[in-house]
Design a protein around this ligand. Structure first.
Ligand SMILES: [Zn+2]
Length: 113
């Protein structure tokens, strides 16, 4: 068994969100990530940016607040209620709730109870 931080992961970056999330997940799990990218004619060949990847959720919310983001127009929930409210329980909702709490700001998105 390898020690944390010594196992390698190779991630193919397409320039889209899915591969960026795969890279972030590999790093979060302690892998030493090696990113590969090549141009195969994809639409997003030059759009890969991850300016928030090293920020906590609270820092992201605080940064958005400072920039005037209308968080009522944002969405995180993986499993919304039938009426459109966030579930409040999925991983994304839990992280969002933690981020707003860390930033000391209310989340304007309605949550089903
Ligand atoms: Zn949810």
């Amino acid at each position: 068994m390898k020690r944390p931080g010594t196992a390698a992961a190779v991630v193919l970056l397409s320039g889209g969100l899915d591969s960026a999330v795969a890279l972030a997940e590999a790093r979060a799990q302690g892998y030493v990530a090696h990113a590969l990218s090549f141009d195969y004619g994809q639409r997003h060949a030059r759009e890969l940016h991850a300016p928030l990847i090293r920020l906590t959720k609270g820092e992201i919310v605080a940064r958005g607040h400072a920039l005037g983001v209308d968080f009522s127009l944002t969405w995180s929930c993986y499993e919304p209620a039938l009426d459109g409210r966030a579930c409040g329980a999925c991983d994304s909702c839990v992280l969002r709730k933690k981020g707003f709490a860390e930033a000391g700001l209310p989340d304007p998105v309605p949550v089903a109870e």
